[in-house]
Design a protein around this ligand. Structure first.
Ligand code: BG6
Length: 297
């Protein structure tokens, strides 16, 4: 049994309440960075080092409510990405981003803070996904932001899942932004009628609504044209990437983004989706990570 830690256990780690419904979260401040994390979803909402601009985008109209996904930062899609494959009445992108996680470890050292959040199967998750599991998200907050997701199969049968770190990043102007590092992957355009993967080469740009999955991706990307000098992304163990921008019309339908906010953000999501599923044997674990840092590779 994992026991939640007591509030306010460390210097630089302060409990906060988010929005009028007072969703619990944590503010982190250390010599390297400042960050905000929501306990719901173990979702990093903001991360900023020194005098650099913020490395994550968070909607000014994000809704902080129990059970509702927060628009921005790094929501975690698990144990399925996108609509449920068989039952569209189940929540999009799984349930992990909508559930309260427990902060189970918090330490601070010369390189910054390290927090571990846990989510384990209960009656509500079993009703949506019939598998016993423990998911642990380690969040390291220093000069870089590092996330490590470990999924333990605590049941008697193997299970298969898809997942993504659904990261939102700021860009100065979406029409001038591009994502490097997806050469050689296979692209599935989610807005096209056919879901046939086609080989991808060159930088990815968003012209209007964009929703593309890249499978067989290398796990090292760079976003050009954010407010600062660039954003580096590393994703060990993640073989897929998704590039998403809602464009004008879809933004108007979402309800938690300002009308023109799509011009200033891009999602570059790292995970394992489509043909890149993850299978975990009974008693075994699977891990993958995400690193976000400012600057050139
Ligand atoms: C992306 C999907 O990952 O998330 C899109 O590829 C989806 O299809 C987008 O619209 C946002 O999803 P949600 O559930 O957070 O509105």
């Amino acid at each position: 049994m994992i026991d939640p830690i007591r509030p306010d256990p460390l210097p630089g780690l302060t409990p906060v309440l988010l929005g009028p419904q007072e969703l619990p979260g944590w503010r982190i401040e250390n010599p390297h960075c400042r960050a905000l994390i929501s306990t719901q979803g173990a979702q990093v909402l903001s991360f900023q080092t020194g005098t650099e601009p913020p490395l994550l985008w968070l909607s000014e109209q994000a809704v902080y409510a129990p059970g509702k996904a927060i628009r921005g930062g790094i929501p975690l899609c698990f144990p399925w990405f996108g609509p449920h494959p068989d039952d569209h009445s189940k929540p999009a992108h799984g349930f992990a981003r909508n559930r309260p996680w427990q902060l189970t470890q918090a330490t601070q050292g010369a390189t910054g803070h390290r927090l571990v959040f846990a989510l384990r199967a209960d009656a509500a998750t079993l009703a949506l996904w019939p598998h016993a599991f423990l998911a642990e998200l380690m969040i390291e907050l220093g000069r870089e932001l590092q996330l490590t997701l470990t999924v333990h199969n605590t049941g008697p049968q193997p299970f298969t899942f898809t997942h993504a770190f659904h990261s939102y990043f700021p860009v100065a102007a979406i029409e001038h932004a591009c994502v490097d590092g997806l050469d050689g992957s296979q692209c599935i355009d989610q807005l096209a009628l056919a879901r046939t993967p086609t080989p991808h080469h060159g930088p990815v740009r968003c012209q209007g609504e964009t929703d593309r999955i890249y499978v067989g991706a290398g796990g090292r990307y760079r976003i050009k044209a954010p407010p600062g000098g660039g954003i580096r992304i590393g994703a060990p163990g993640c073989h897929s990437a998704i590039v998403w921008n809602p464009g004008q019309a879809k933004t108007a339908r979402l309800g938690d983004m300002a009308a023109d906010a799509w011009r200033g953000m891009i999602c570059v999501e790292c995970g394992n989706v489509e043909s890149d599923t993850v299978t975990v044997a009974a008693g075994a674990s699977a891990a993958c990570g995400l690193t976000v840092a400012a600057g050139s590779p």
